[in-house]
Design a protein around this ligand. Structure first.
Ligand SMILES: *Cc1c(COP(=O)(O)O)cnc(C)c1O
Length: 751
């Protein structure tokens, strides 16, 4: 496998007709003759962005000779050394290993201070050795560096794929050859490329180890990742955190067990409840009037509160064993709320068997002190005595994993260790026997990328970009002034600060005005800056509607038509995130696109002009002005007082009539019927009912519909018929056309 990692030379004289210029060019040519590419630069330019290029290089050669020293005065020497020191500093912030050589005249070397020398792989004395000799020395170091880059599994997979052995095992495409036998297959082959197909192998290949038994290079990679993430055990999962969650649950929960679960949890946790036959009691999160889901209040974690919840639940109070088997919370909610894990551990003590933090959105946290204590597992974190701590992370969401790349991290208790053999039985229950090796390799690489110091630099970069984005938005706001409108980014005020600013700003305090979660314990939660919720005009934190408003659904469709796809939108908010893949260009174009939207909105330009594709699909809006459409939808939201009914329905009293597993049994046995939403009151749902936004399950199978929920569903129907193209999506509803009109149903348990 031939990679492109050029040797980078930085020398003012790289292109000059003088002694120093010809010396460095001779060296470069000698390196090229040995088969290695050289790229020459004549200045450091913008240090930070230059140093970021370090990931593309195999070695740096920095020139330091009389020319760089200018007149040779102390001042000039200091200046030259300063830029070299700054450059090396920037490189080493991200990369501890890439070789750096200084190249100069012997008499200049005495100027180099120890802090620079320490970071070097050598000082090359101009003209003392032949260029060929020096070139080979440099290439040796560069090659040594490249050879150590790939972590164990990725390395083994590359070796295997380039080995050209004939395979008789699955997959049937035999390293891609099958595709070449058909035109569309050819197309597929050319699109994905030979390596991806050669690396798509099956678990019959011994030399790669087994994911399912955690052996060979796979296990070496898992151990490597465990070290990097500071976990006692770490398992790669190639079917997403949806599967990781089920693995953790099935390893410890059995039918009839009481489990304590964040009501704002991911579907996969509810599926786990159904599959294990557990009896759930729920911890209720707060929410504000923007519809943003807040933290579960600290008091909900008090063992006494949990005991009362158990007593109040008709199924839990009958359970033989009252000690909850597991507690699962969403650690980093969709909107970016995280919890102080040590406080939770302290509060719960040994009252719960297993603590599980669903960190699908938080794999980056252990690499930066910004998140200190606000994530489950990391360096120097105290252990519980008896309680195991699990974290499940979607490597693919915020780090550089391929879709479905996920991992399970475990912290043992002081007196109780995970039995990995038994745990693996649960792992097997949920894993495909044909894992995708490219995903395993991406788990391996995503972890290796976070190896210090690179991981911290990457996380710091996304934090900085996220905070700079907020500052840029505030600046635009200020320019428009009080008489005009602009979007707000939900969160603390960061304008007065520089860089990352004070972490305490992001900690949620009782008296902070920005969050709108009401009285809440200070210091228990933090907002992760990399999640940015953008608020559109229309409603205030008290839930009062303004005269005019801009529903987020329109903004997000507008952005989509202009090539910006956002994660999720609510009523008057939408959400973007700053992964480690973020760039300045990306968030800058978000700011300019929003300005474009404002322009079009203020001029009330017709839909056919500003959103032509959308207007083509929904011609009823063609001639409506953008502002008029916003106002129309806003008025309907206002008329129904949507913000209030959504809040009320989530706070309404919901009664479990049977356990989720029993309700599922009714589904499996077809003891269910499809009932119109108008007749749902008091019926028991067999489906998970989840409105988007906010994406929190409203009803879990086995729970009863109440009046408030029915009213919300009727609103959704009414709204959808009035505004096609802007449908509120409620997962769990069945939509059927009856006499040309949309009718909505839910599958409920037969009475
Ligand atoms: C996305 C998500 C999951 C599932 O992760 P996948 O990797 O998509 O399977 C689990 N929990 C939470 C909180 C999530 O946001």
């Amino acid at each position: 496998m031939k990679f492109r990692f050029p040797i980078v030379v930085i020398d003012e004289d790289f292109r000059s007709e003088n002694i120093s210029g010809s010396g460095i060019r001779d060296l470069s040519e000698a390196i090229s003759r040995e088969g290695m590419e050289v790229i020459g630069f004549t200045s450091y330019g913008d240090l930070t962005s230059f140093a970021q290029q370090a990931s593309r290089a195999s070695c740096f050669i920095l020139s330091i000779d009389d020319e760089e020293f200018g007149s040779g005065s102390d001042e000039d020497v200091d200046k030259a050394l300063e830029s070299i020191r700054a450059f090396i500093g920037e490189v080493r912030k991200r990369n501890a290993d890439i070789p750096i050589f200084l190249y100069g005249e012997t008499r200049t070397s005495r100027h180099i201070s120890n802090d620079i020398l320490r970071e070097l792989h050598g000082f090359i004395h101009m003209f003392e050795d032949t260029p060929e000799f020096v070139a080979r020395h440099i290439i040796r170091e560069a090659t040594k560096y490249l050879d150590c880059l790939a972590p164990p599994f990725f390395s083994a997979l590359m070796d295997y794929a380039s080995d050209s052995s004939y395979s008789w095992h699955c997959p049937g495409h035999s390293g891609g050859v099958a595709f070449l036998k058909s035109p569309v297959g050819q197309m597929f082959h050319q699109f994905f490329g030979e390596n991806m197909l050669r690396a798509d192998v099956c678990n019959a290949v011994d030399e790669l180890g087994q994911l399912l038994d955690h052996t060979g290079p796979v296990s070496a990679s898992e151990a490597n990742a465990a070290r990097i993430f500071n976990a006692d055990h770490l398992f790669f999962v190639t079917n997403g955190t949806s599967t990781s969650n089920k693995v953790v649950w099935h390893s410890t929960v059995a039918p009839g067990d009481i489990v304590v679960v964040d009501r704002n949890c991911h579907k996969s946790i509810l599926h786990s409840i159904i599959m294990t036959g557990a009896i759930p009691v729920f911890l209720m999160p707060t929410r504000n009037h923007y519809g943003i889901i807040g933290p579960i209040p600290k008091s909900e974690f008090d063992p006494e509160t949990i005991r009362k919840k158990i007593e109040a639940n008709p199924f839990a109070r009958e359970a033989k064993n009252k000690k909850p088997r597991i507690l699962t919370i969403t650690q980093s909610t969709y909107d970016g709320i995280v919890y102080n894990v040590e406080t939770i551990k302290d509060m719960l003590g040994n009252t719960i068997d297993t603590l599980h933090f669903d960190e699908a959105w938080l794999p980056h946290a252990s690499f930066h002190e910004f998140y200190h204590n606000m994530h489950a597992i990391g360096a120097d974190r105290p252990r519980s005595d008896e309680t195991l701590v699990f974290a499940t992370q979607s490597t693919h969401k915020l780090l550089a994993g391929l879709s479905q790349a996920s991992q399970i991290l475990v912290q043992d208790g002081t007196n109780r260790k995970l039995d990995t053999h038994r745990f693996n039985e649960s792992y097997l229950m949920h894993s495909s026997t044909s894992p995708q090796y490219a995903i395993i390799a991406s788990c391996d690489v995503a972890a290796a990328m976070m190896e210090p110091p690179g991981g911290k630099a990457l996380v710091e970069e996304s934090l900085l970009e996220a905070i700079d984005f907020r500052r840029a938005m505030l600046k635009v706001d200020k320019e428009f002034g009080d008489d005009d409108w602009w979007f707000k980014v939900w969160g603390p005020d960061v304008q007065a600060e520089e860089g990352l600013g004070d972490r305490d700003n992001w900690i949620i305090h009782e008296d902070d005005e920005w969050h709108g979660f009401g009285k809440i314990d200070s210091g228990f939660n933090m907002l992760d800056p990399i999640k940015s919720t953008i608020i559109t005009p229309g409603i205030n934190l008290e839930g009062k509607f303004d005269d005019v408003g801009i529903p987020a659904a329109i903004v997000s469709k507008y952005l989509a038509e202009h090539g910006i796809i956002i994660e999720k939108s609510g009523l008057y908010s939408f959400f973007i995130m700053f992964t480690i893949g973020i760039t300045k260009g990306r968030w800058n174009s978000m700011v300019t696109e929003l300005q474009q939207f404002k322009d079009d909105y203020d001029q009330n330009l017709p839909m056919w002009r500003v959103m032509p594709e959308f207007a083509k699909r929904y011609p009823q809006y063609e001639r409506t002005g953008l502002r008029d459409l916003c106002t129309e939808i806003h008025n309907v939201y206002k008329q129904y007082d949507v913000a209030r009914i959504t809040t009320e329905m989530y706070l309404s009293n919901i009664e479990p009539a049977m356990t989720p597993a029993d309700a599922w049994a009714k589904m499996a046995h077809r003891e269910v019927e499809r009932v119109s939403i108008d007749a749902l009151e008091d019926r028991v749902t067999a489906m998970l009912v989840t409105p988007y936004p906010p994406g929190i399950p409203l009803l879990v199978p086995g729970e009863r519909f109440n009046k408030t929920i029915v009213r919300y569903l009727q609103f959704a129907r009414d709204f959808n018929s009035r505004f096609p193209g802007f449908e509120t999506d409620v997962h769990g509803l069945v939509r059927e056309k009856i006499n040309g009109k949309d009718a909505y149903f839910v599958d409920v348990v037969k009475d």
